[in-house]
Design a protein around this ligand. Structure first.
Ligand code: 5AD
Ligand code: SF4
Length: 484
């Protein structure tokens, strides 16, 4: 987590929420944190950093400078645990310097005390469900004790932090639900992140308001199954919460990820249609297009039920982009079943997909299934699937050519003379601006699309008065975008 939060330095901020690397800590206690994995993990690290800073630690940019070296791990695929052990072996050479080492996150939870056996110089092993106990754990660590945080997966408490070290200056992340109760047959997450537990809607809304006060205009709500959100106070459904967060004064864009199809209600589509600041995008992982495979995966929906949800989204007044995750080579997946995934991709017309070869994970029920698909066959299916998405992506992006879309500016590519940003549909846009115009990152500009690629759009900045209109074809709020 070495990104900059300096963009906020010029504003008057309540220091409870933001810090800069320079102002943190008093000096003596230093830490280095490296993070792998999903957005949830990245945001956990922002909260872990905030917690450490509050305990008087200072973040440093290298292992060499750190007294405490932390490694926030992911175990979703491949030989994740092996990679962690290899990295820890690299750290061994620092042991003589008196550094302390900690393993956090999903591999920490999965491997537990085995980490101490294989890497005896590690002194902290902590899964994400135990992060809220970090302050006490740090105190113990400072007295030279070995500390574990592995027993909290059944907790109903969330990791609420007073400080969060935000690394993205424009998009603020808010975890609204932790853990997972779905138990898909291939997935480690329920074992590593524990039981599903939601934050209260008041706490989430307070954080959203604080973020806007800090200058954030885009917020992404996070959860392993974000739409399984259940307000412990019973005040708001997930859709109502989306509406409430998106209606905070000053908010420009609200996203949410990842949605589980089983809990995806029509009310989510209705609220996107009703509230303009909700983005035109739903990430709805299907994993497979075959009902037989979905059943073996314990996904809790059929192909038809999934397609019904897609039909709701496609019937919206807004032009909502749909993205997904797909797994090939689940044990026993036949060629015909694989082809059902291809045909589903055609039916949906995804704007983009993340594709994975099935990989067996410790503790998961799928380990017991027979008929493993050989790796070469998984690789072939993956390539076929990626080719198909390339064609679909080209088609999906071509429809934007000629439209004026609102883009949030994220940076500049001086070598190509282009700016880069994202549309509400979360598409990457590379665009030019008239000579002499300088943009600021985090601002919103209207961009006329002049070309399309499978994974991005190109365009030129349009006049702020715009001519995009507000229809489904002309992509929503583009015309209203102003330069700031
Ligand atoms: N093998 C392959 N892909 C997996 N995913 C989760 N577990 C596995 C696994 N064991 C993929 C799913 C999920 C995404 C985050 O990672 O597609 O949606
Ligand atoms: Fe990796 Fe899953 Fe853990 Fe995220 S929740 S860090 S993807 S194993």
């Amino acid at each position: 987590m070495s990104g900059s939060v300096g963009a906020h330095a010029a504003r008057t901020l309540p220091l409870s929420l933001v810090y800069t690397e320079r102002m943190s800590g008093t000096g003596d206690k230093t830490f280095y944190l490296e993070t792998f994995g999903c957005q949830m993990n990245a945001h956990d690290s922002e909260k872990v950093v905030g917690t450490l800073v509050q305990q008087g630690y200072r973040q440093v940019p290298s292992v060499e400078e750190a007294g405490l070296v932390l490694y926030n791990t992911c175990s979703i695929r491949d030989k994740a645990e092996q990679k962690v052990f290899n990295r820890l072996a690299d750290y061994k050479k620092y042991r003589a310097q008196g550094k302390q080492f900690g393993v956090l996150g999903c591999v920490a939870q999965q491997e537990g005390e085995k980490i101490f056996e294989r890497a005896p110089y590690v002194s902290l092993v902590c899964g994400s469900a135990s992060y809220r106990n970090l302050p006490q754990m740090l105190v113990q660590l400072e007295t030279g004790q070995r500390v574990t945080g592995l027993d909290d997966r059944a907790t109903d408490k969330c990791f609420e932090t007073e400080y969060t070290a935000r690394t993205n200056p424009h998009r603020g992340y808010i975890t609204i639900i932790e853990g997972c109760d779905k138990f898909c047959a291939y997935c480690v997450v329920p074992y590593t992140r524990g039981k599903e537990r939601s934050r209260t809607s008041s706490s989430v809304l307070d954080e959203a308001r604080q973020l806007v006060d800090l200058g954030y205009t885009e917020i992404q709500l996070l959860g392993q199954n974000v739409n399984s959100y259940r307000d412990p106070d019973g005040k708001k459904s997930f859709a109502e919460m989306l509406a409430a967060v998106a209606s905070v004064a000053g908010m420009r864009r609200v996203r949410f990820t990842t949605s589980h199809p089983r809990d995806f209600g029509r009310d989510i589509v209705d609220v996107i249609d009703a509230v303009p600041t909700l983005c035109d995008h739903v990430h709805l992982p299907v994993q497979s297009g075959s009902t037989r495979v979905l059943d073996a995966m314990q996904r809790l929906y059929t192909r038809d039920e999934y397609l019904e949800r897609i039909a709701w989204i496609q019937a919206a007044r807004r032009d909502i982009s749909i993205t997904s995750d797909l797994i090939v080579g689940f044990p026993g997946e036949t060629e015909r079943e694989f082809e059902e995934t291809l045909s589903l991709m055609d039916l949906v017309g995804y704007d983009s997909v993340f594709t994975f070869k099935y990989s067996p994970r410790p503790n998961t029920p799928a380990l017991r299934l027979e008929d493993a698909i050989p790796d070469a066959e998984k690789a072939r299916r993956l390539a076929v699937l990626n080719d198909k998405q390339k064609q679909i992506g080209v088609e999906r992006n071509r429809r934007h050519v000629g439209q004026v879309l609102e883009v949030m500016v994220e940076g500049k590519n001086p070598a190509r003379g282009q700016w880069i940003g994202r549309t509400s549909q979360i598409k990457v846009m590379n665009f030019t601006v008239p000579a002499g115009v300088e943009l600021t990152t985090g601002s919103y500009v209207p961009v006329r699309v002049t070309g399309s690629f499978p994974n991005s759009l190109v365009g030129e900045m349009a006049s702020a008065s715009g001519d995009g209109g507000g229809s489904k074809e002309s992509a929503g709020r583009g015309a209203a975008a102003e330069l700031r």
